[in-house]
Design a protein around this ligand. Structure first.
Ligand code: SAH
Length: 389
């Protein structure tokens, strides 16, 4: 089981350990190299180093990204001896299923995965009319310490590698393709980085994964960039960096309060980048990519759900232009031991109405799997604590 980062000996910490501990990840536990960590050329180099022709790497990529398999038995176009050598060099086992829970009459499947160093992360696959979405993790735990979030209470254990992120997507795509999710073969269309972790705090691995998701098959899964959502607490320099990548993924900003007085408490990193700076960065993201930004707002009873805060939010967004943003209020999913609960339906309706009347497109997020601890990090937290029901 993972230890909290503060228990790690100093020499095992990232060289950047002068940063607050919660903002760094341990190097120990780094995942073995995998095809999905590498560019096409790098994969070919590995094949050649293993004594095989370069094109074998391309065949392996096709099995992985198109047929969604890492099982050598399924690779019948490859000589048996070659399959094993290639799989060993490029497809090490990275994630193993620990537990799977189903809710919403099979339309929501949540899986807890064990990684090579016995740490765990979760992902949630959701079927909707016309699309299938997987919510994936980018880190083991999270260093952002948001008090209402189950993962925030765990602290950060380590970053995931690009391939550990991609594996969650491949396994979800396979669950769609084999008919398990909807009863007939379907396609995974959407990926949201809204599981455990702060994706922009693990920037390089997350970008590596985004490339594998959006690269056309057989180099990647060929998922459209607009169908990939990167959700962030608001690391402003990384938002600008993401805008400059030329891969117009959808940006979601976890705002949760329109004023610094409250946001300082709800999102600790607000002490570094204030609401105004964050909304300016979100607006720049829209200008550079043309992608409408999504503002996430967990509605917490009597904390951030006042009508005046809805109006202040609308004013702050409208001040920066029209039509560049939409708001996603999310009913709070209470975490165990927390005093906070979701806003009442009536208060939620007033909040939405205030934004809508101010011209802001607003859609309340459909909450899935609350009976299976659907909220971010809750299943992993429960299994970690040995408190399984
Ligand atoms: N670290 C990233 C992505 C992970 S969380 C981020 O913060 O954006 C995805 C979304 O779920 C975020 O908006 C987060 O604030 C929200 N969230 C976390 N805990 C929640 C809870 N208990 N109820 C409702 N939303 C929650």
């Amino acid at each position: 089981m993972s230890e909290p980062v503060t228990a790690a000996p100093v020499e095992s910490l990232d060289p950047a350990h002068r940063l607050p501990l919660t903002f760094t990840a341990r190097r120990r536990g780094k995942a073995p190299r995998h095809l999905a960590d590498l560019s096409t050329d790098e994969r070919r180099e590995v094949a050649v180093a293993a004594g095989l022709p370069a094109y074998r790497a391309d065949q392996l990529s096709r099995h992985y990204f198109v047929h969604l398999t890492r099982d050598p038995e399924a690779m019948t176009d490859l000589p048996a001896a070659v399959r094993d050598r290639l799989t060993e060099a490029l497809l090490p086992p990275l994630v193993t299923e620990v537990r799977t829970l189903t809710a919403d009459r099979g339309a929501t499947i949540k899986t807890l995965w064990r990684l090579h160093d016995a740490t765990t992360v979760e992902s949630v696959l959701m079927a909707y009319p016309g699309r299938n979405t997987v919510c994936i993790s980018s880190e083991v735990g999270c260093g952002m310490a948001c008090p209402f979030c189950a993962t925030g209470q765990m602290g950060l254990t380590r970053n995931l590698s690009a391939a550990e992120i991609v594996e969650q997507v491949r396994l979800a795509a396979a669950t769609c393709a084999d008919g398990t999710l909807t009863g007939e073969p379907s396609r995974l269309s959407n990926v949201v980085f809204m599981g455990m972790g702060e994706p922009l705090a693990n920037y390089n691995a997350v970008m590596g994964a985004v490339r594998r998701l959006t690269d056309p098959a057989p180099r990647g899964f060929g998922i459209s960039a607009r169908s990939v959502v990167v959700s962030t607490v608001g690391l402003v320099p990384q938002i600008d960096r993401l805008a400059a990548e030329g891969i117009p993924v959808t940006l979601a900003v976890s705002l949760h309060a329109p004023d610094d007085a409250l946001r300082d408490d709800l999102i600790p990193v607000n002490s570094r980048w204030k609401v105004g700076e964050l909304l300016d960065a979100a607006r720049r993201y829209f200008e550079t990519t043309g992608r409408r930004v999504s503002i996430e707002y967990a509605l917490i009873k009597d904390i951030n759900d006042q009508k005046w805060r809805a109006q202040l939010l609308a004013d702050e967004l409208n001040r920066r232009g029209r039509g560049w943003v939409h708001v996603n209020p999310i009913p709070l999913n209470p975490t165990p031991g927390s005093m906070w609960t979701a806003s009442t339906r009536a208060v939620e309706a007033t909040f939405v109405d205030t934004l809508t009347k101010a011209g802001i497109t607003t859609t309340v997020r459909d909450t899935r799997g609350s009976d299976i601890d659907g909220a971010c990090g809750q299943l992993a937290a429960q299994v970690l604590e040995g408190g399984e029901r």
